[in-house]
Design a protein around this ligand. Structure first.
Ligand code: HEM
Length: 388
């Protein structure tokens, strides 16, 4: 019998088998192999932690979303209480709560531990061209930029900035006296952002004067969880104006570390774009943590009048005309700043760093190369929960 048209149209199931295998079976087999590898063969297989976390990245994604309600900190704390100082929280990630390891990673061997890819998710745009000092994973570049900025953070430079800062402080006092009730968190945020704008680009945001959020802040708050391109465009505009100024105006600002001291133009290796990226990082890094710390410090002093009195007594010992050098010598003030930072860390995120190619061993734990170490400041502080 000769073949009918329907014979040609009817699917030939056996010839489709390889396609099914490719589309359905292969991904399943791949997922099974990955799960098997992550559970039994991965260099982190011997580390304790939730089973679901070692299987895939989904555990991390789930808790990142839930962390918007503060869930992640409790989860991490409980995991450390259960499993000890090193817990596997992803196929290639561990959370570490040991203060010694914290010190090793961030201080002793800081230059060997690069920032992890996590930092690429907090850039103002996608791709390496949006990476700056705050989120470089390119370590060489980060070290070069840090070296150029180091003189801008020397004690002598910080003393130079005092005059600029004093102007902002005067504005703060005016703003505080203007009404009976003040929102100090808001005013501290204005103070620090106005100051960092002035220190970075020789241009204050003038929020203490205007009493209103600058458009940059409004955009920043709206865009924080998204890609902050509009926020970055503000930094670009500031850098353009800053670079167009006379060279003398640029001296005594943080950004001058990126400029040739003679010409006032970007040094080799820098461009208006790269300076704007770093400026963007400075505005965020320099304002948030400091204003949060000042707010908690003030709040703690209000809650503990005996401490407030002791601090006032210490401040009375200052000479009539004092500087930051005199303030730095006050032990009680120093203790209060440190204790505020310890108990109410303004930088509670994990700050993940990648284990170098050589791996490392500390406190009897062998960390394999390329593993992401999540180091939460709060997790290292065993006393934190006892302080009200
Ligand atoms: C209470 C005040 C502050 C605290 C607690 C604080 C804390 C931190 C922490 C924990 C990091 C590391 C973040 C990470 O790696 O994920 C960091 C980085 C940074 N901070 Fe601050 N910060 C403060 C004030 C400032 C100020 C005033 C400035 C600028 C004037 C600043 C500029 C930076 C920069 C540029 C970085 C990136 C540095 C690098 O990786 O090379 N910070 N800060």
């Amino acid at each position: 019998m000769s073949p009918q048209l329907s014979d040609y149209l009817a699917p030939n199931w056996s010839s489709l088998l390889p396609v099914f295998a490719a589309v359905i079976l292969l991904p399943i087999l791949r997922a099974l192999w990955c799960a098997f590898y992550n559970l039994f063969l991965h260099p982190l297989a011997k580390f304790p932690g939730p089973l679901t976390a070692s299987l895939s990245e989904w555990w991390e994604i789930y808790h990142t979303i839930k962390s918007l309600k503060g869930d992640r900190f409790n989860v991490i704390q409980k995991l450390h209480e259960k499993h000890g100082p090193v817990v596997r929280i992803g196929p290639n990630q561990v959370s570490i709560s040991s203060p010694e390891t914290f010190h090793h990673v961030f201080v002793t061997k800081c230059s060997s531990f690069t920032k992890s890819d996590f930092y690429a998710t907090i850039q103002p745009g996608i791709g390496p061209k949006y990476a700056g000092l705050f989120n470089y994973t390119d370590h060489k570049r980060a070290m070069a930029e840090r070296r150029d900025l180091q003189p801008m953070f020397s004690p002598a430079s910080l003393r130079q900035y005092e005059a600029r800062y004093a102007n902002q402080l005067r504005e703060l006092v005016v703003a505080m006296k203007a009404t009976d009730e003040v929102d100090m968190f808001k005013l501290f945020k204005y103070l620090l952002l106005d100051t960092i704008g002035d220190l970075s680009f020789d241009r204050s945001f003038d929020q203490l004067k205007s009493g209103e959020d600058h458009q940059y802040v409004i955009d920043f708050n709206n865009a924080f969880m998204l890609i902050g391109l509009r926020v970055f465009s503000y930094s670009q505009a500031q850098v353009k104006q800053y670079l167009d100024q006379d060279a003398s105006k640029k001296r005594g600002t943080l950004m001058s570390g990126f400029l040739d001291p003679e010409t006032g133009l970007p040094k080799d290796g820098y461009s208006p774009w790269s300076i704007a990226i770093s400026g963007h990082g400075f505005i965020i890094a320099g304002s948030e943590a400091s204003s949060i710390t000042l707010t908690y410090m003030l709040w703690l002093l209000i809650k503990h009048p005996a401490m407030e009195k002791r601090l006032r007594d210490e401040l009375k010992t200052l000479p009539q005309k004092y500087s930051s050098v005199d303030l730095a010598k006050l032990p009680y003030l120093d203790a209060i700043v440190r204790e505020t930072l310890r108990v109410y860390s303004p930088a509670p995120s994990p700050m993940p760093r990648v284990v170098p190619q050589t791996g490392f061993t500390l406190e009897g734990v062998e960390y394999p190369p390329n593993v992401s170490c999540f180091l939460y400041k709060f997790a290292t502080d065993v006393c934190i929960r006892t302080v009200s």
